[in-house]
Structures are given as C-alpha cells and as structure tokens.
Design a protein around this ligand. Structure first.
Ligand SMILES: Nc1nc2c(ncn2[C@@H]2O[C@H](COP(=O)(O)OP(=O)(O)OP(=O)(O)O)[C@@H](O)[C@H]2O)c(=O)[nH]1
Ligand SMILES: [Mg+2]
Length: 324
C-alpha cells in the first residue's frame, strides 16, 4: 500500500496535450460554431485534467494519524510530515483554483462571438493555469520526495513480535530462518543499507512475528532520525531475543557481547531472552559452559531439536504472564 501518491511529471504540459487532443475531436456542422465549442472544451478539459490529477494526489495520501504506531513513528522519522501536509494542501488548492478559473473563463468566453477574443481568453486561461502549477512546483517536489522515502518503509504486521538482536555474525539470521514457517521476508529499512528480516512462526492458534534488526539495536543511535527509528521499533515490541556467540568466531569477544546485552537491557528492553548460539563449537569448553549456564538457552542454529525447543519457548513467552 502506497502511503503517498506522487504528483505526475509534466503536470501542466501533459494535461494541456490531453485537453487539446480531446477538444480536437469535437466536430460541428458550422465551422464557426465548432471553433468556439472547441475553445470552450480546451478550457474545460484542461481544468478537468489538472483537477483530477491533483485530487488523486490529495485523496491518495493516507491519514498518518491512523497508521499503526510503528509505521507512524517511522513515517515521522523519515519525512517531515507537517511539510508534506502543507504541500498536499497547496497542490489541492492549485487544482481547485484552476477548476474555478475554468468556470470563470468559460463564462466569459460564452458571452463572446469574436473567435479571436475567444481564443485570446482560452490562451490567457492556459497561461494562468501554468503559472499556478509553477507556483506549487516546490510542493510537488516535496510530495514526490516523501513518496520516494516512504515507499521504502517496511510493512510489518501488528501482532505479537520478538526482535532479534546481537552483534553481527553471531547467527541471528540463521536462527530466524530455522524458526520461520516459510521463507523469510526481506523488508527495506530506511536510513541503513540493511534490511529488516521478518519471519513468522506458528503453532496451533499461536502466531509470532520475528524481526531481525541488523545494526539497529546493536549500536549507538547516531542522529535524531535513528533515535526516532529506535522509538518506532519499541512500538513494535519490547521482547528481545539476544543472540551471543561464545565461540567468538563472529569476531567479537564474549565480554563485548555481554556488554552490549547489558546495554540493550538497560536502554531498550528488560524483557530479554538470551540465546548462546553455536554450541557445537564451544560446548566442549568447560569455561564457556559455565559462563552461559543458567543465563539463557544454549543451542546451535543447525540443531533441529534445539530450534524446536526455542520456538516453543518463544511462543510461550506471550502466554499469560509467562517469563522467558
Ligand atoms: N558452527 C555454527 N555456525 C553457525 C551457527 N549459527 C550460525 N552459524 C554461522 O555463523 C555465520 C553467521 O551467521 P548469520 O546467521 O549470518 O549471522 P547474523 O547474526 O545474522 O549476521 P549479520 O546478519 O551479519 O548480523 C554463518 O556462517 C553461519 O553459518 C551454529 O549454530 N553453529
Ligand atoms: Mg543476518
């Protein structure tokens, strides 16, 4: 679903060509009458074409206040919604103004019988319409930029959701893939080159959305936009599955990963399930076993039995008052 409709390019020129094309198809027995009718039609069709195009931009834009929290927050982070609203207002105004002028000019033209005067009025109307469209060209650009930015917005469902967090390469995506019923959906994520990976898992009536958020929870928000993006993520869920790789083959020390875990708990969510992944690589290490024991689940993402148990655990998380 598009949140914003873009303003068609060459709004004036294309509408003008359309109007002249339609009007030229009008024929009348008497030459002089035919010419006048065509001039009137040019005005009518131009006003109509522009009005229809601007109207569909205005009505085709969603009411941002009615979006789900997550999407609304994100939309506000990505675009200046107030500026967009003003631009939409201007575009709507332009269409209505041209429509009104069309009526006014046709009334004037009907009262004339001199074809030169009629044609002069039609041309005057066209140039006034063109200058109105020029006046709102900045607004059109604002709308089209917003459309482009918002087109990249992920569309996540409003349902029970678990977020996956942890350093790169710890196995987040592997776990998500192993848990998901079907193919994982890749959703664009604005202002990062990364994407959100979204999976769904179900058992009976229970259904949970899992979102892998690479590079979002695992580092400092750098600017206001990222802060707002974090706020948006918070709307999605406060349940985080934090993945740690004690084998350190991910390239980060266990100590650094624990530090990030504390940070996520402190700043983002206290409802955290810790998963110690890649057990196949470190289970023989007594020290690492001791470090992880009792603090979370130890497993390997390539072990189907362990993944089934994790899935059950995550589904149960949303049952009444259940704790991970
Ligand atoms: N031995 C072993 N390797 C694993 C396991 N889980 C994941 N890996 C490997 O670890 C590497 C990283 O896995 P990913 O699932 O891509 O990790 P990620 O956390 O999604 O990484 P980013 O998307 O970069 O943040 C891959 O080569 C996986 O095959 C595991 O349980 N055991
Ligand atoms: Mg990944």
């Amino acid at each position: 679903m598009a949140l914003v409709q873009s303003v068609p390019g060459r709004l004036f020129k294309a509408s003008l060509e359309e109007a002249h094309g339609r009007a030229s198809q009008i024929t009348a027995k008497e030459r002089h009458v035919g010419a006048k009718v065509r001039e009137l039609a040019r005005v009518e069709y131009l006003a109509e074409a522009i009005y229809a195009k601007t109207e569909s931009v205005v009505t085709g834009t969603v009411n941002f206040a009615e979006l789900p929290d997550f999407q609304r927050e994100l939309a506000f982070a990505i675009t200046n919604i107030d500026e967009l609203r003003r631009a939409l207002h201007s575009i709507g105004w332009a269409g209505e103004k041209i429509n009104e002028l069309g009526f006014e000019y046709r009334r004037k033209m009907r009262g004339k019988s001199n074809l030169l005067e009629i044609t002069a009025l039609r041309k005057q109307f066209e140039s006034r319409a063109e200058s109105i469209i020029e006046k709102v060209s900045r607004d059109a650009a604002i709308i089209n930029n917003a459309e482009k930015a918002l087109r990249r917005m992920p569309s996540l469902r409003k349902m029970k959701t678990v977020l996956i967090s942890g350093y790169p390469n710890v196995g987040k995506s592997s776990i998500l893939n192993a848990l998901s019923d079907s193919k994982v959906d890749v959703q664009p994520y604005p202002f990062t080159t990364k994407s959100l990976l979204v999976g769904y898992m179900s058992h009976g009536y229970r259904r949970v959305q899992i979102v892998d958020t690479p590079g979002i929870l695992d580092r400092e928000a750098r600017n206001p936009i990222e802060k707002q993006a974090l706020a948006a993520i918070r709307h999605l869920s406060d349940k985080v599955m934090f993945v740690i790789d004690p084998s350190e083959t991910c390239g980060y020390t266990l100590a650094d990963q624990e530090k990030l875990l504390e940070k996520v708990k402190r700043e983002f969510s206290s409802d955290v399930l810790v998963v110690y992944n890649k057990a196949d690589l470190w289970a023989h290490d007594a020290g690492k076993k001791a470090a992880s024991s009792g603090r979370g689940l130890s497993l390997s993402s390539n072990d189907p039995e362990a993944m089934a148990a994790l899935k059950e655990r995550l589904l149960a998380w949303f049952d009444d008052r259940a704790k991970p």
